[in-house]
Structure formats: structure tokens, C-alpha cells
Design a protein around this ligand. Structure first.
Ligand code: ANZ
Ligand code: ZN
Length: 846
């Protein structure tokens, strides 16, 4: 007998499923790879996790019901800073910290009742996994796609260590020592993602099932632009190569601006302390520095000064610009601030309607002015092409395509990461560790965090080694890899997680890659996805796999789930955020308990400790059960919308499921004789069956559309109410009610696994609710009466009820004339024409 205790029901089914899977073996012969972004093992699942994994679990159950071979794996992005920080603070090993967190989180996954293929589990800090990260690194190195170069890093001068950006606070101080962090040039490892800029940009077009906004973000990140590099000769022994997208403004060039890392600035700062100090102190101001160099305009030969200009960024163009104050806002303000002389004459004249203003730059289009020689009078776009040609003919310029995308800096001066498998030899240079010696395993250390650069660099036994090539003494690389390397190919490994000879067997991934549905947070829209796309393409070029259909892209469809916001209490008088226990509800308003005159607003913000608005999903699940929690969560917002987590609303989901359970019970107890012949059924029964059929199809559509999973819950609530009403007024036979409720229970099985399984049992089924997706014939509507609208002289006037399937003109006309309002529209006039169709009656009267 059915007990309305959801927690007990859950216990029962979880126990059962631990022994035996409820899912059918995929019969359709089709595969579905459903992937949700794997978590960092911080130790506790938060609401965002619960949201994303509820979505992927729901989808994977749906596709299993549909007979697909579903891959739904889970693993742990287990390297990284938090473990290292915890290790430093508590003198424990990052490994054991990580391991115990994974265990805790696995238990939480059990509470949630998400079904993952645990036999595919990957832990990225496991040598069996990172061995293959090292292998990939070596393949990239051999292809010239991994290389070393100098780069600026954050340097803590007190702890003598490199810091990650996250370890530097907003005031530029170290999280640990509090020292002001310096920038230091150190040799770093890079992946040459820039070789793939064009492919990564173009292939976005093939990702038809990705959100447009994510593609736009990737496009901007890659940042392709076309421009011209122009060489300016100087009175010294070198030329300065500037980058511009407005070559026609060369007539107005008043100075050259150089970035901080420009070689000229670097060499001048050695000679000049003033410049050295400016560079060291502050590079966010607009204070420049004039170099003792003169440059010459390549077209007009006018001499112009050369400056260090902080607004010129290192990573763009050539790190050098020609400053045109009359046409560029940044050039204008820099020239003003640094007392640079410029001719107030415009190069490009605004259209006549706009007055020429000398106190601000003109950045629009227009006509070339009288200072532009042969280009005078030309429109500026045309002039840009002509000037560009002329400069190219003079051999002082070349067309270039630029990308904003920089190479991927992958080395970290940290302990808790994949060791970079390289040995440095004085004679042979950087030599990869031979593949049969992989993995280069991290040493087991508990307390390695003394002072010094990277922990591994302080370990003599680590550093001292022999060159694999010439066997002479050499130094082992002490950097580890960015954890983004681990996470940019894990989805390949899921398909062949135990392979000891290769990262994966190409045969084993053939049928499942690319991933069909990838679900995760919008915060990964740029880096993680771009790195994964890059590595997939690079792996194709290395010969590890290929996929022509989707241009070697790893993810067919991307779903970015919305954020979860928590209830946040904001004092109206102070604007401060109060803790929930500092707030009281008085009738419909909130007030500050300490001061009842202080009214409090209930707002929703991203959950965070500082806002006191975090909701622990485990508490919710323990109290309401995982099914009710899942249903409430999916119901509360469309998949990509912000979810305002409102725990009080969860009773709605519970009430619905209780009502459904009651309906099932009542239907089972009905003794009413079965009426299986549809034609004998009343109209209400037919309507219920019609609604059920439409509901079933809508559910399938909504599962497949993904974004509208919330509609599945609201449609289910509606159908439950309809069944409930039919039961209440006894208007449908048991067979119809049973059909309807069975379809409903099956359709919600992906959302509420335990409750639907229990109800399915109660309805007398011994097999699994997941056995198959429901099928139901569309009921042929043979209602006893139909209602037809009547048009009189072209206007809708009446509705008449006539026996179904009876389009006899006489009978219909009889009904029309008998209608209480007929007189009003027809009166004494004569009916000159009647048209009777199944859905409309039309009369012409005169
Ligand atoms: C002269 C000029 C005149 C410019 C004018 C603009 C307007 P995007 O589209 O971003 O590539 N620029 C070039 N390199 C730079 C750097 N390293 N840091 C800061 N600014 C840089 O823009 C290219 C324009 O940005 C270039 O065109 C250059 O200024 C500036 F009326 O050159 B222009
Ligand atoms: Zn050597």
C-alpha cells in the first residue's frame, strides 16, 4: 500500500538501484553523450552544482527511456590552488585533502540521486590520468605547439614566490605575506593556440546548437582585426613599427606612443632612472615619458617625438602607435596631459553640418582636408586604402591581420598540478621525458611549503636528474601545468578511462565524440571552451582522432545553465545586507529584528558567503527529499534563466506530487467497471485523453529542447489537476484515468526517479518505469456534441451546439434559428445563403 512518505520511498528505491540498474539496455543502437562540467572537489556541492547535475541527470534518464546508449560520466577537476592553500595552512598533504573532499561530494551526489557512470570516473590528480596530460604536452612540444618564452608573472618579494592572479588582492598585495606584488619576467611555457585563431573563429559557424552569446564572446576573445603596420624611421639606428587601423590619419601623427614592454622602452629604462621608476610604480596613470629620440613621418617627413605611453598595451598590435590627437580620444588626452604639441588641423573633415571643433577629436568619417596633398577631397575610407597602397609601395608598410588571442600560458610555479615532463640540459636544451618513463610523478610530500620559488624547485632530489638524450647531469622542469590543461580533454578520456597505452583508443571514441550535449556555467564560455576546442583540433593534427562532420569540434550542443540567486535581505535605511536571522516577517513585509522601524527588502543575488544568502542544497534534500527538490528546481526557472531559489516555494512541488500520489491511489481503488469503447465515453473523458496525448508529445519536445524543462513540470501539474477533477466528479471511467496517469508517471520519471518508480509499481507494473517512453494513440475525437461558431454577414455572432459529425444543413439551421440570440442578428431578414463546414457556419442575410 502506498505511503505518502517521500523520504522512505527514496530510501527504498536508492537501495534497490544500488544493486540493480533500472535502465533498459540501449536498444535504438544510437548513442548519446551527455556531459556536465566536472566539479572542483571543494568538499561541498553548492546550489549551482545541484542545478547543472539535475539537468544532465534528467536528460540522461530521458534518453535512456528512449532507448539510447547514454554516456553520462563524472569526475573531478582535482588539481589546483585551494588544495595547495589548504595544505599550506593546515600542514597536510593536498592529496589527502582532495581525496576526502571527493568522498564527501560523492555522498552528496548520492543524496541528490544523480546517476553517473562511476565506472568511468576520472580524478585529474591521479597519475593514471595526468600521465596522459604529460603525453599530450610532449606531442604538442614535438609539433612546435608547446614552447618556452619570457612572460611577466606576479612575484611576491617577501615569500620569494610566484603568485597566481587569484592570490593577489585588489590592492595588488599577496594573500599570504601582504607584500606589494611585483611583476617579474620569468621563462614560461606556452601552448601555441594562436596558430589556430583562424580555425577557432571560422568553425564557430558550424556550432549551430551553441548559444549565440557564447559564440559572440569567443569571437571577441579571438578578436580578429585587419590593419597596417607602418615603419617610422628615427634619428637613431632603428625604425619603429606601429600598428594602425586608420592609415589615412598619418598626416596628423603628432607623436609615437610605446608600450611598457616595447624593446625601446626596456632598453631606455636601463639608462634612465626616471623612466625606470615610472615603469615600476604605476602603469594605470596617464603619465608618459619622452625618449631622446625623434621619429619621421614616412609620408610627410615631419619629425615627431617618441613617448612611453601607458595606454598603449603590450599585447596588441606591435605595442606601438602613431598618436593622432585630432582623431583619437586616447591620443588626444595623452597629448594634452603630456604637453605634446600638435597641429590643430583636421586630417578628416566632418560633414558640413558638424562644426569643426578644435577642443575635441573627431572620430567619425568624412573628407580628407587640405593638409593631405593629393588625397585632399577624397572620402577617408578610400584615402585609407590609397595611403596604405602608397606606403606599401614605399616599402614602409605591410597589411596585417591581428588577433587579440594570445598564446596560452600553461606553466605554473606551483606544486599541486601535473608536472611538465621536460628536462633541461645545458647541451641539448629542453628535452622531453621519454614516453616510457611517464608519468613523471609528483613526490609524496606533506610539508614542502617553505620560502622560495616553486615547491618543486626547492627539492634537490626532484631537480637533479640526467639528460634523457646525452645522459649528462641536467635539471628537471619544476613548473606544473595550468589546471585548464587537465580539463580541456577529460571528455575524451571518459570514453576510455582505463587505457594504459594511449590517452584513448580512437576506435573507442569514434561513436561518442563529439559530445552531444555539454552543460555548464556561463563563466566557462570563454577560456575552458576555447582551450577544449583548441586541444581537440590540435589532437586531430597530432593524429589522435578526427571528426569531419563537425570540423573536429568537441561539443555539438552547448547548454549554459543560468545562475542560482539566493534570497538576500537588504536594509532600506543603511543599504546593508542582513543575515536571515536578523530579519523578521511582519504580515507581508520584512523588518530588522533589532530595529522594527528599519524596513528590509527581499532581493535575489548570486549566492555568496558575504551576502549571507547561500542555501545548502544538502539540507534542502534531507528535508524535502531529492525528488521534490529536483522538481522544484526545474520548475522554478527555464534552464538558461536566473533561478531565484525560494525554499518556501518548494511546498508547491511537494503538494503537486502528493496530489498525484493520491490520484494514483484513488484510481487503483476504483471498482467502476471498465469502459474501453471510446465511443461510449463522455466528452470529459475524451478531453482528458486528448490532453494526455498532447501532454506526452509536449514533454518529449521539452526534454529535447532542454531550455524549457520547466514547462514539463507545469504541464504535469495541469494534467494532475485534470485527472484529479475527473476523479472528484466521477466523470471518467477507470481505464481512461489509468491511461492518463500512467503516461504522466512515465513522463516525469526523468525528473522524479523514486516517486515515479513507486507510483508505477502502485499502478500494478512490475517492470521499471524507465523501460520505455510512453506511447499512446491520439484519441479520435467522437464527442457527442460539437460547438460551431456562426458568421452572419461576415461577422462572428453565435455559437451553436449540434450533434457531432452531423453536418446536415437543415439540422444546423434549426439549431441556429433556435439560438436565443438569433433573432437579434437575423430578425425579419431573409437568409439568402448558407455555408456549413465542419468548423464554421456562414450565413448571408438581407
Ligand atoms: C592611428 C589612429 C588614428 C588610430 C585614429 C585610431 C584612430 P583595434 O581595432 O583595437 O585593433 N592601437 C594600436 N596598437 C595599440 C596598442 N598596442 N595599444 C593601444 N592602442 C593601440 O584598434 C587599432 C587602433 O588602436 C590603432 O589605430 C591604434 O590607433 C590603436 F584616428 O592608429 B590607431
Ligand atoms: Zn643533454
Amino acid at each position: 500500500h502506498f505511503k505518502q512518505n517521500f523520504l522512505d520511498i527514496e530510501k527504498k528505491w536508492k537501495k534497490k538501484w544500488a544493486k540493480q540498474s533500472p535502465f533498459p539496455v540501449g536498444e535504438s543502437g544510437e548513442n548519446k553523450y551527455i556531459l556536465s562540467m566536472f566539479p572542483y572537489p571543494s568538499g561541498s556541492l553548492h546550489m549551482g552544482h545541484v542545478r547543472v547535475y539535475t539537468i544532465s541527470d534528467t536528460l540522461s534518464r530521458y534518453y535512456r527511456m528512449k532507448g539510447f546508449n547514454v554516456v553520462h560520466p563524472m569526475g573531478w577537476d582535482a588539481f589546483g590552488l585551494p588544495a595547495e592553500n589548504a595544505a599550506i595552512e593546515h600542514h597536510i598533504s593536498p592529496k589527502s585533502w582532495t581525496k576526502s573532499n571527493i568522498e564527501k561530494m560523492k555522498r552528496q551526489f548520492e543524496y541528490m540521486n544523480v546517476h553517473f557512470d562511476w565506472d568511468r570516473e576520472i580524478v585529474t590528480c591521479d597519475p593514471a590520468y595526468y600521465k596522459w596530460c604529460q603525453y599530450l604536452f610532449i606531442q604538442l612540444f614535438k609539433k612546435g605547439l608547446a614552447y618556452q618564452d619570457d612572460a611577466l608573472v606576479n612575484w611576491d618579494p617577501v615569500d620569494c614566490t610566484v603568485l597566481a592572479n587569484e592570490q593577489v588582492d585588489s590592492q595588488g598585495r599577496s594573500w599570504r605575506s601582504g607584500a606589494v606584488v611585483e611583476k617579474k619576467n620569468l621563462c614560461q611555457w606556452f601552448f601555441k593556440i594562436s596558430d589556430y585563431s583562424e580555425q577557432l573563429l571560422n568553425d564557430l559557424d558550424h556550432l549551430r546548437s551553441w548559444p549565440e552569446k557564447v559564440k559572440k564572446m569567443q569571437q571577441n576573445w579571438i578578436g580578429k582585426s585587419k590593419g597596417l603596420e607602418i615603419k617610422f624611421k628615427t634619428n637613431q639606428n632603428y625604425t619603429i613599427n606601429i600598428y594602425t587601423t586608420r592609415p589615412e590619419t598619418v598626416f596628423g601623427a603628432a607623436f609615437i606612443g610605446l608600450s611598457k614592454s616595447h624593446p625601446l622602452i626596456q632598453s631606455e629604462s636601463q639608462k634612465d632612472d626616471t623612466l625606470g621608476n615610472i615603469l615600476k610604480n604605476d602603469y594605470s596613470s596617464n603619465v608618459g615619458f619622452k625618449l631622446p629620440i625623434i621619429a619621421y613621418n614616412p609620408l610627410t617627413t615631419t619629425p615627431i617625438p617618441v613617448y612611453y605611453a601607458p595606454y598603449v598595451v603590450d599585447e596588441h598590435g606591435t605595442g606601438a602607435v602613431m598618436g593622432v590627437p585630432m582623431h583619437d580620444i586616447r591620443d588626444f588626452s595623452f597629448a594634452t596631459n603630456n604637453d605634446i604639441f600638435w597641429s590643430p588641423k583636421h586630417v578628416v573633415l566632418p560633414p558640413k553640418s558638424e562644426a569643426v571643433k578644435h577642443e575635441s577629436p573627431y572620430t567619425g568619417i568624412g573628407v580628407m582636408s587640405e593638409i593631405c596633398g593629393e588625397y585632399k577631397g577624397m572620402n577617408n575610407r578610400e584615402a585609407a586604402l590609397k595611403v596604405s597602397k602608397a606606403l606599401q609601395n614605399l616599402d614602409t608598410a605591410q597589411l596585417v591581420t591581428k588577433y587579440r588571442l594570445r598564446d596560452w600560458l600553461v606553466s605554473r610555479q606551483r606544486f599541486w598540478g601535473t608536472p611538465i615532463p621536460i628536462v633541461h640540459c645545458d647541451s641539448c636544451g629542453a628535452v622531453p621525458v621519454p614516453e616510457h618513463e611517464l608519468p613523471v610523478e609528483l613526490p609524496e610530500l606533506t610539508d614542502i611549503y617553505g620560502k622560495g620559488s616553486s615547491p618543486l624547485a626547492n627539492l634537490e632530489s626532484w631537480v637533479k636528474t640526467d639528460c634523457p638524450q646525452c645522459k649528462q647531469p641536467a635539471r628537471r622542469e619544476t613548473d606544473t601545468m595550468d589546471t585548464f590543461v587537465d580539463s580541456s580533454w577529460y571528455f575524451f578520456r571518459f570514453l576510455d578511462p582505463k587505457n594504459e597505452n594511449l590517452p584513448f583508443d580512437p576506435k573507442k571514441i569514434e561513436n561518442d565524440m563529439p559530445v552531444d550535449i555539454y552543460i555548464g556555467g556561463i563563466e566557462h564560455s570563454i577560456l575552458h571552451l576555447l582551450y577544449s576546442r583548441f586541444l581537440a583540433k590540435a589532437m586531430k593534427d597530432i593524429g589522435l582522432w578526427k571528426n569531419d562532420n563537425l570540423k573536429n569540434e568537441p561539443f555539438t550542443r552547448l547548454i549554459t545553465q543560468g545562475m542560482v540567486h539566493g534570497p538576500t535581505y537588504v536594509s532600506q535605511s543603511t543599504g546593508r545586507i542582513l543575515k536571515p536571522d536578523q530579519v523578521e516577517k511582519i504580515s507581508d513585509n520584512f523588518v530588522n529584528t533589532a530595529n522594527p522601524d528599519d524596513k528590509v527588502d527581499l532581493c535575489y543575488f548570486k549566492m555568496s558567503k558575504s551576502k549571507h544568502n547561500g542555501v545548502d542544497p544538502v539540507n534542502t534534500i534531507l528535508r524535502w527529499g531529492s525528488d521534490v527538490t529536483r522538481a522544484h528546481l526545474l520548475f522554478s526557472a527555464p534552464v538558461d534563466g536566473v533561478l531565484q531559489w525560494d525554499s518556501t516555494g518548494i511546498v508547491g512541488a511537494e503538494r503537486w506530487l502528493l496530489r498525484l500520489a493520491t490520484c494514483v491511489q484513488n484510481i487503483q481503488q476504483m471498482t467502476q467497471t471498465d469502459v474501453s469503447n471510446l465511443s461510449n465515453m463522455n466528452d470529459k473523458t475524451l478531453e482528458l485523453l486528448e490532453q494526455t496525448h498532447g501532454y506526452m508529445n509536449a514533454c518529449a519536445k521539452n526534454y529535447e529542447n532542454i531550455f524549457s524543462l520547466n514547462l514539463i513540470i507545469s504541464d504535469s501539474m495541469k494534467l494532475t489537476n485534470a485527472i484529479h477533477n475527473c476523479l472528484k466528479d466521477n466523470s471518467a471511467p477507470r481505464s481512461a484515468l489509468k491511461t492518463s496517469v500512467e503516461v504522466l508517471v512515465q513522463c516525469i520519471a526523468p525528473v522524479v526517479p523514486c516517486i515515479s518508480s513507486e507510483l508505477w509499481n502502485c499502478l500494478g507494473h512490475k517492470d521499471s518505469v524507465y523501460k520505455s517512453w510512453p506511447s499512446m494513440q491520439k484519441p479520435v475525437i467522437t464527442k457527442k456534441t460539437v460547438s460551431i461558431p456562426v458568421q452572419i454577414n461576415g461577422k462572428w455572432r453565435l455559437q451553436v451546439h449540434v450533434p457531432n459529425n452531423c453536418l446536415d444543413e437543415k439540422l444546423v439551421m434549426k439549431a441556429v434559428l433556435a439560438h436565443p440570440n438569433a433573432h437579434q442578428w437575423i430578425g425579419d431578414k431573409k437568409v439568402v445563403r448558407t455555408i456549413v463546414k465542419p468548423k464554421v457556419v456562414s450565413l448571408v442575410v438581407k
